[in-house]
Every structure is written in structure tokens, then in C-alpha cells.
Unconditional design. Structure first.
Ligand code: SAH
Length: 363
């Protein structure tokens, strides 16, 4: 519900059928509306000219496809775009569009703010406002795709999604899964689970739940430290579920992978803190101990900010870290930061609105 109206962007076709039945309309109207919202990405019923005028106004009284408002948009020198949106109750929602040669990635938020207090992340400083509804999750993609390609236009090469924006996706599990199911519909955005990656800071019970889903997206686990002593400090969620418990869940997940699939550990490299030779060695040993084989490590250079007490690692140290892992048979990739100049990179989403960021358009 928003302003007393139902937010149909978070409705399955079957739920739209129920809504149509309630107002005495045939079920095929539900499918027209689903396609209007999801496939044509229309944000008002008035634009759905395939519906009779009377129906458009009748449904407009009780429902809406638009809960979020786009407040501002920032464009990086590397082409990355950051969208700052608001929920009806004024909470910030941030979404990042990351273009690259043969694919586009949209990084969306699962919550407004975040309750996990990861010491190296700016979103943590916001605290948690609230979890987003399924509709608010889906609508982020609709707004971004319309901005990038125009309303309803097809995307030239399918879009990848990552649940790596504000919030902890596994603390909003049901809404996240519902949103992903809606987005996978062929009658809608048609972004299939294989193109989606969900990242968790380590909500262990939900990793097991996720592993048991039939059609599930890819998984990334933010690790960032190879032992409890360090991880307790960097990511306080570790005090709830420690490294061992996390690795056991990761192993259970690994067993559900299909042929050729792998999953990811993310490791933010903080200069002098977790980027030393001993850390790389200990990380390789940890994976071996838990018999984790089908993993890759994404090494994320720390994105610094004034409020954060860390500095990025020296580039040679990053390379050395990667080489140590690889020499022990662990695949590791160094991630190139995107959109740092507009506060769009990993760990930088804090609803920043400073004018010196160069706001390209206010919508
Ligand atoms: N809460 C989830 C989803 C957020 S994903 C999770 O933690 O996985 C955001 C990713 O950015 C995480 O892998 C996190 O470790 C990383 N990150 C956070 N702060 C960062 C920073 N300052 N620099 C680089 N990466 C950061």
C-alpha cells in the first residue's frame, strides 16, 4: 500500500487477477496490466492505452505502478550512473547503473540504509531506515532502464542485476525473492536468475534457505577477513555467525551448484589491515580446510571516504595478494572500482547529494 493505494509493481500476475476480480474485471486485464507495468515499464495507468478509459481511472483510484520518486541522478566520468530515489515516506533508495562493453549491470538496494555495522562501509553510517517492499525493489530497475534506454525500449544486451546496493538482502529475504521472481517473468522484465547475484554479509540461516530454492540466483558472500579476530572487528555480524559457521553454510551452498557454476567471496582490501601476505595465506588455508573448491575471490579495492578509518591497499600489495591466492589454486579477480567520483562505488552509497558531485539531471 502507498498513500492508501496498492503498489502493483510488487504484484504477481495472480495477485493482479485477484485485484481485477475484486473490481469486477476479467482476468486478461490483469495480464495487460502486468505487461504494462513490467514489460512496457509504464509508470501510470493513463499511459496504458490498451485499457478502456473507464478502467484506467477506476484502477488509478485504488492502485499505482509508481511508489518511488527519482530525486537526482549523478553521472560518473566512467559512465556509471547513480540514481537517488525516495520512498513515499521519504526514505532514500539508491541504484547504480554500470555500463560495460558487452553487458550492463544494475546494482540495486534491498533496504533503505543498513543495520549491519561493517566498519569500512559508508552505508553503515546511515543506520537502517527500513526494508524495501518487493514493489520498491522492482521499481528501481524500471526507473533505471527507462532512463538508460527510454520508456519500454528493449535492452540491447540483457541486463545483469546485483543485490549489492544499500542494505543486507538476506535481512529482507521474502521481499527480495518475490521481487526477483517478478523480474524473471517472461511477461515482464525477463531478467532470469542466472543473470542475478545476491550478496550477503553472512546471514547464515538464510544462506541455507537460499541454497534450497529451485531457481535461485548466484551467491556472493562478503568475507573480508580470514579469521574471527579480524572479522569480528571489521564486520560485527561475525559475532553472531562466525567464520566457521559461515564456511559450513558456504560448503552446503557449494554442494547445490550445478555443473560449471561457481560462487563468490568478496574481500575488501584495506591497506595494512587485511591485505598482508599472512592474510592471503590464511584465506587460502581456510578455503582448503572447508574443502571449498568452486569459489572465486573478488578482491575489491577499498573505496575510501572521510568518515571511514581505512585507506586502500598499495596496488603492488593487491597484486601480491592475488598471486598468493592463485599460487594456492584459488581463482582471484581484482575488481575495478566504478563510479567512485559520484559516490556510486561499493560501500559508498550513503544518499549523498552534495552539489559538487555534478548532478547531471534532477528529475
Ligand atoms: N550487505 C550485503 C550487500 C552489500 S554489497 C553485503 O555486505 O554483501 C556491498 C559490497 O561492498 C560488499 O561486498 C562490501 O564488503 C563491499 N564494501 C563495503 N564497503 C566498501 C568500501 N568502502 N570499499 C569497497 N568495498 C566495500
Amino acid at each position: 500500500m502507498m498513500n492508501g493505494k496498492q503498489h502493483v509493481t510488487g504484484f504477481f500476475p495472480a495477485e493482479l487477477v485477484d485485484l481485477m476480480t475484486e473490481i469486477g474485471e476479467p482476468r486478461y486485464r490483469a495480464h495487460q496490466i502486468f505487461r504494462g507495468v513490467q514489460q512496457r515499464r509504464l509508470r501510470s495507468f493513463d499511459e496504458m492505452t490498451d485499457l478502456p478509459l473507464a478502467l484506467r481511472s477506476k484502477i488509478g483510484e485504488i492502485a499505482t505502478p509508481a511508489a518511488l520518486t527519482l530525486e537526482s541522478k549523478y553521472v560518473s566520468e566512467d559512465g556509471t550512473r547513480r540514481f537517488l530515489m525516495r520512498t513515499p515516506d521519504g526514505r532514500p533508495v539508491e541504484t547504480v547503473y554500470i555500463p560495460s562493453e558487452n553487458r550492463d549491470t544494475i546494482c540495486f538496494s534491498s533496504q533503505s540504509g543498513c543495520q549491519l555495522k561493517c566498519d569500512f562501509c559508508l552505508t553503515a553510517k546511515l543506520g537502517l531506515f527500513r526494508s524495501l517492499t518487493a514493489g520498491e525493489i522492482v521499481e528501481q530497475m524500471i526507473i533505471v532502464l527507462n532512463d538508460v534506454y527510454g520508456v519500454g525500449a528493449e535492452t540491447p544486451h540483457g541486463t545483469n542485476l546485483v543485490a549489492m546496493g544499500e542494505g543486507e538482502p538476506f535481512l529482507n529475504f521474502e521481499n527480495l525473492i518475490k521481487a526477483l521472481e517478478i523480474m524473471s517473468s517472461e511477461e515482464g522484465l525477463f531478467i532470469v536468475p542466472g543473470r542475478v547475484t545476491v550478496s550477503t554479509a553472512g546471514i547464515v540461516p538464510r544462506i541455507y534457505d537460499f541454497a534450497s530454492l529451485d531457481r535461485r540466483p548466484n551467491l556472493a558472500i562478503s568475507l573480508s577477513a580470514p579469521d574471527d579476530e579480524l572479522r569480528d572487528k571489521l564486520m560485527p555480524i561475525n559475532r553472531r555467525w562466525n567464520v566457521n559457521e559461515l564456511m559450513r553454510a558456504a560448503k552446503a551452498f557449494e554442494k547445490t551448484l550445478k555443473r560449471g557454476e561457481r560462487f563468490t567471496f568478496e574481500y575488501v582490501l584495506l591497506g595494512g589491515v587485511n591485505d598482508q601476505v599472512v592474510h592471503a595465506e590464511s584465506l587460502a588455508r581456510l578455503l582448503k580446510k572447508h574443502d571449498l573448491q568452486r569459489v572465486k575471490i573478488n578482491l575489491i579495492p577499498h573505496n575510501p571516504a572521510e568518515q571511514l578509518p581505512y585507506r586502500p591497499s598499495d596496488p603492488e600489495q593487491v597484486l601480491r595478494f592475488k598471486e598468493i591466492l592463485e599460487s594456492r589454486g584459488v581463482s582471484a579477480y581484482i575488481r575495478r572500482p566504478r563510479g567512485r567520483d559520484i559516490y556510486a562505488a561499493c560501500g559508498q552509497l550513503a544518499a549523498k547529494t552534495e552539489p559538487n558531485l555534478v548532478q547531471i539531471a534532477s528529475v
